[in-house]
Write a protein that binds this ligand. Structure first.
Ligand code: NCD
Ligand code: ZN
Length: 339
């Protein structure tokens, strides 16, 4: 049995830089038609020159694969209008991180004083640049995202024309917020559709499942599944595939991030089948919704998956993927780029 997916898009992707970029770029570029590239490098991407140069490094790393890197900029509250106008043609969105909340986010926003953010956000709104947000407060780890919902709401009502994307949502509170504000959207990862906190820390600690935001409760996963499996028009797939070297994960002080790029489509196919969701819904979740939300057109790519057990390798170029050495029920059969 095979399943054909057209032009899958990954609307939240960490491709890193230098050796890591070279090691892992193919894993996404082979099966995806494009991805929204996160700017949390060290130092983060904050200028037009850096965006352009990073995009070139990505294109070099993916070699012959047909993949569109949709670039982003790291949000700063002092970006002025002239700068945003000039950079707007190079980027698809701007990503806002609360300061210090996750990997390489130290230069992010502290406190959420709407007035301090107004200048940049009004200009983004005028120029039609979407705002992607890592929505977590610095409260208790299981409550951080739910606590952030009130900040999403403040921003959504203060800037009604600004498209705000709640990144990698993990809670039922975030899913509910989607329907309260016209301008709120969300990405959902593959791993948050699969796991709960129990999988991370309920038995032996599994560092390769540790990420920000941390996986939550069964009822949260249920709400995420409902939204993804029904292809809620305001949600789209964003893997948040976030590779770290094996030693940084398997150490005292484990880095946050799950590397899912090589298996994301296969495990989504498995889930949609298991939950009896249609192929059309999967297609909308992995491409159509994102095209509408971002107003983009993914380049043509046809990915043929087959129902055939696949043993996930222990490592991809030194990085341990989710489900390493476990068997999943779908494999990639062929990929055709172009029409
Ligand atoms: C991401 C990373 O490693 O860059 N980590 C993660 O746990 N998801 C950053 C992020 O998206 O929070
Ligand atoms: Zn991320």
């Amino acid at each position: 049995m095979s399943l054909i997916l057209h032009s899958p898009l990954d609307m939240h992707l960490h491709l890193r830089d230098e050796k890591m970029l070279e090691n892992i770029a193919q894993a996404s570029a082979h099966t995806f038609a494009g991805g929204l590239i996160m700017p949390n490098l060290v130092p983060p991407i904050t200028s037009k020159e850096e965006v352009v140069a990073y995009k070139q490094r990505i294109l070099k790393a993916i070699g012959k694969e047909q993949f569109t890197p949709y670039m982003t900029l790291f949000f700063k509250s002092d970006y002025d209008k002239a700068f945003l106008e000039s950079v707007s043609e190079e980027i698809t969105a701007i990503k806002l991180y609360p300061a210090g909340i996750t990997t390489n986010s130290e230069g992010g926003v502290s406190g959420f004083d709407i007035e301090a953010l107004r200048g940049t956000l009004e200009t983004m709104s005028e120029l039609g640049i979407p705002l992607c947000i890592h929505g977590e407060t610095n409260g208790f780890v299981m409550d951080r995202e739910a606590e952030f919902v009130s900040i999403y709401e403040k921003l959504a009502s203060a800037f009604p024309k600004l498209k705000i994307i709640m990144e990698h949502i993990t809670t039922k509170e975030s899913v509910e917020a989607l329907d309260r504000f016209e301008n709120l959207y969300a990405t959902i990862t593959a791993h948050h559709l699969m796991i709960t906190l129990d999988d991370v820390a309920g038995g032996m600690l599994r560092p390769h499942l540790f990420c920000k935001p941390i996986a939550k409760r069964p009822e949260d996963r249920e709400a995420l599944r409902k939204a993804a499996l029904s292809a809620h028009p305001k949600v789209m797939f964003g893997s948040d595939s976030a590779p770290h070297p094996q030693h940084a994960k398997e150490s005292c002080g484990c880095a946050a991030g799950v590397f899912t790029a090589p298996i994301a489509l296969q495990i989504l196919a498995e889930l949609f089948e298991k939950e009896a969701a249609s192929q059309e819904k999967l297609q909308a979740f992995i491409c159509g919704n994102a095209e509408k939300i971002y107003g983009i057109k993914a380049q043509p790519k046809k990915v043929v998956l087959e129902k055939k057990p696949f043993k996930v390798p222990q490592r991809y170029n030194g990085v341990v993927p989710m489900y390493a050495e476990e068997e999943i029920s779908y494999s990639i059969k062929e990929v055709h780029s172009g029409q």
